[in-house]
Design a protein around this ligand. Structure first.
Ligand code: COA
Length: 193
């Protein structure tokens, strides 16, 4: 079978409807997070799917979100979120992260998502590639990702890999900086323009 050709577009007011259709087709993602976990509001027990949706849309309208959407034809099939540490302050394992922090990166990769039925076909690869292109176009700098180690452990379900599998970032030249949980690493890449 020929490889699927994907295109990418930024999440914006123009593409909000495409993004919303993908989230709705996947039960809100994690039951309704609407990809709000890394944003300053984060997720709490009081968060609701409707509130998360409103908050995400507000970020889109005010331009406080950076997210590359992947399209197969006209259908949005996945994304890679990125942004500055101020835009995406809520990483997992913040205590362990802060312990050996020397300098914050210029950019972070946040959540990565591929719609059910579309997985294992290079959507996440296209999403990360698109995010790195966008970062380069914005001036480059040090980019951090917080992926899960996948080698040396049992196969993991997709949801565990919401910050991406380590092997995917290795493909793009990211290297391990430090370990912040049993299976989670800070990986870094310096992107020149
Ligand atoms: C993790 C996830 C993003 C991968 O997306 P995908 O489009 O299937 O990934 P790709 O097909 O682009 O895979 C690229 C590489 O990543 C690695 N990879 C992808 N899925 C993997 C898995 N389940 N286990 C181990 N490695 C995996 C492989 O190295 C793969 O390369 P290969 O196919 O040549 O071996 C997807 O499973 C997913 O969306 N899971 C849910 C994440 C989530 O809940 N996000 C919420 C965000 S708010």
């Amino acid at each position: 079978m020929a490889d699927i050709v994907y295109s990418t577009r930024p999440l914006s007011s123009d593409t909000w409807g495409d993004f919303a259709r993908l989230v709705e087709a996947n039960n809100g993602v994690w039951g309704g997070c609407w990809c709000m976990g890394f944003h300053p509001e984060g997720l709490s027990k009081a968060s609701t799917a409707a509130g998360n949706r409103r908050a995400k849309e507000a970020h889109v309208r005010t331009g406080t979100v950076h997210q590359v959407l992947v399209f197969a034809g006209d259908e949005c099939v996945g994304w890679c979120q990125y942004g500055s540490p101020a835009e995406l302050p809520n990483i997992k394992n913040p205590g362990a992260y802060a312990k050996e922090l020397v300098q914050l990166p210029d950019w972070r990769i946040g959540c990565i998502f591929t719609g059910k039925g579309r997985r294992g076909k290079g959507v996440a690869r296209a999403a990360v590639s698109g995010a790195l292109d966008a970062i380069r176009a914005a001036g480059g700098g040090v980019v951090e990702a917080y992926p899960e180690q996948v080698e040396g452990r049992d196969p993991q379900q997709g949801a565990y890999l919401h910050t991406g599998p380590e092997t995917l970032f290795e493909e793009f030249g990211f290297t391990r900086d430090r370990q912040i949980a049993k299976w989670r690493w800070v990986m870094r890449l310096s992107l020149d323009v």
